[in-house]
Ligand binder design. Sequence first.
Ligand code: DX5
Ligand code: ZN
Length: 218
Amino acid sequence: MAKLAPSVLSADFSRLGEEILKVEKGGADYIHLDVMDGLFVPNITIGPPVIRNIRKITDLPFDVHLMIEKPERYIKDFVDAGADIITVHAESSVHLHRTVQQIKSFGVKAGVSLNPSTPLENIKYVLKDIDMILIMTVNPGFGGQKLIHSMEEKVREIRKIIDSNQLDIDIQVDGGIKPNNVKEVIDWGVDIVVAGSAIFKSEDVIKTTKEFKQLIEK
Ligand code: DX5
Ligand code: ZN
């Protein structure tokens, strides 16, 4: 059964706590937190202080997606702020293997993300070390973009690799997921779905979260 990780990137940040409690009420499994530095991606968002504050209002696991250059500089800060899963981009860390080990040394789960143009080969030698692989289904940086359908092949390929090697890795997809395409994406072999604008820009956040949960649980 697939899990749901609402991305608060499209939430109303003046009421961030309330927005998180709404998706919790709707049955969210994780809270997906997008960290952007204006260098790795052309947008700037939040950092450890915001995460530390919202850590007080929910026990849901925090799935922290780092879209920053040289993420190894800030791993400890995000662990201290309350991250449960830390995902770094393979493109952002020269010594990716070392960065993954660093994340794991703090006892949190390690994820590695790939931009749409990055091949799976780039993470072949860290597969035995990671807990999650995030296949970007948009170019990272902004909410509300359109899903890139050619990522289906990439997801199906990594699904096969994980299954045939009996690896304990969750596949997450992020970007452009809506109620009208989430079932298709799950069929590719996805374990965790991220959805931002489809949830937080909807009229009723609790209702839409529930709708997503029903769609992915079927
Ligand atoms: C994009 C972020 C996503 C974003 C997805 O760079 O990583 O998590 O919030 O937003 P939607 O679901 O609107 O495409
Ligand atoms: Zn994200």
